[in-house]
Design a binder for this molecule. Structure first.
Ligand code: FMN
Ligand code: ADP
Length: 322
């Protein structure tokens, strides 16, 4: 017979503080039940099958999602393809499938969980089905967070997407309790950077095509390579208007780095919004501004080493914001 498990099902996109609370409850249950924690999730997003035109951009790729979920205590992360056959199951039939496959002792969800055909299944139905199939249902309440402007929001993947779209990466960090991050590979650019004293790593955009992209502009952040260290970064997302280029480009000048980084895998974290991109009247003007950007980012990066970011200061467990 399948050993008993602790399960939770969802998209877990961005793995925000609400998701963390689910995993933290799962760890608690796992200790008392001697059971494995299994996270059941989808890739790609189910909306890409149900209503492709409404499919949201991803906050992190499947590998990264799995790594973060395991870091938070999941023993296994099972990815399901969102096939119509599965998504069209009546909620009762969906639960039977999960019970047969995972034999859950406890099923943990957030309080807005919906499942099964047309999202008819809700928490109440899950609780009824729990009694019928002998599993406990644990409902984790809303996780509210206070943003840098003192606005209190409910943690959700959609609010993170919206914040990132606005360039509010520091606020996205508060909701995720982790910086918004791209994983990509360094590719060749126009090779102009080195001639103006600011070489930049250019990210492979093909690897980010389903990914949420922050508003065009300049950001502070950090680039980390597997074998080539970690550097404070001056990041630019834009079309290089000074050069009349029309193609989107995501690049970063790394502080105190002088390495050949082509073809390397990189994790690029976004920390703070710095400014909009401008069409500078000359390369000299662009260079002067890049110098100021780098100085500002150097100061920010020093300050962040000295004290925890506002994200860490402001993160509060649910219910403390009233
Ligand atoms: C921190 C930073 C800010 C930037 N800001 C602008 C900008 O405001 N306007 C612009 O036209 N290009 C901007 N750029 C892009 C530069 O034009 C670009 O790095 C340069 O053309 C080198 O490109 P390459 O790496 O393809 O050689 C910025 C680049 C960085 C790293
Ligand atoms: N401080 C640095 N920041 C970013 N890239 C650097 C740095 N120092 C050396 N490099 C190397 O230089 C390359 C970028 O030079 P650049 O002239 O901008 O060329 P490209 O347009 O191909 O990105 C990077 O891919 C990396 O290999």
């Amino acid at each position: 017979m399948t050993p008993r498990s602790i399960i939770t099902i969802g998209n877990f996109d961005g793995v925000h503080c609400g998701h963390r609370q689910i995993l933290s409850r799962a760890s608690h249950w796992a200790k008392n039940n001697d059971a494995q924690i299994i996270v059941i999730t989808f890739d790609p997003h189910p909306m890409s099958v149900l209503k492709p035109e409404l499919a949201p951009q991803r906050l992190c790729n499947a590998n990264r999602r799995e790594a973060i979920l395991k870091d938070l205590g999941a023993d296994e992360v099972h990815f399901y393809k969102p096939e119509k056959q599965l998504l069209q199951l009546e909620p009762e039939d969906f639960v039977v499938q999960m019970v047969e496959r995972y034999n859950p002792a406890v099923w943990i969800e957030g309080d807005d969980f919906h499942f099964g055909k047309n999202r008819r299944g809700n928490i109440q139905l899950l609780q009824e089905l729990g009694q019928q199939h002998q599993f406990e249902v644990d409902i984790v309440p809303t996780c509210d967070v206070t943003l840098t402007n003192c606005h209190i929001v409910r943690a959700s993947s959609s609010i993170i997407r919206w914040l990132i779209e606005q360039g509010r990466v520091a606020d996205a960090r508060i909701v995720m309790q982790r910086p918004f991050t791209f994983e990509s590979v360094v590719v060749q650019g126009e090779k102009v950077g080195r001639t103006i004293g600011f070489p930049t790593i250019n990210l492979d955009l093909e690897l980010l095509k389903d990914h949420q992209i922050p508003k065009l502009g300049v950001y502070s952040g950090r680039a980390t390579f597997q074998n080539s260290g970690s550097y404070a970064a001056a990041i630019s997302i834009g079309i290089k208007p000074t050069f009349g280029i029309k193609q989107l480009c995501i690049e970063a000048h790394l502080l105190d780095c002088n390495k050949d980084l082509y073809s390397q895998q990189v994790q690029l974290e976004f920390h703070q919004w710095i400014r909009d991109q401008y069409p500078f009247p000359s390369i000299q003007h662009l260079k002067a501004q890049l110098k100021r950007d780098v100085q500002q980012i150097r100061n920010l990066s020093k300050a962040q080493h000295d004290q925890p970011m506002i994200a860490e200061i402001l993160k509060q467990p649910s219910g403390m914001n009233a």
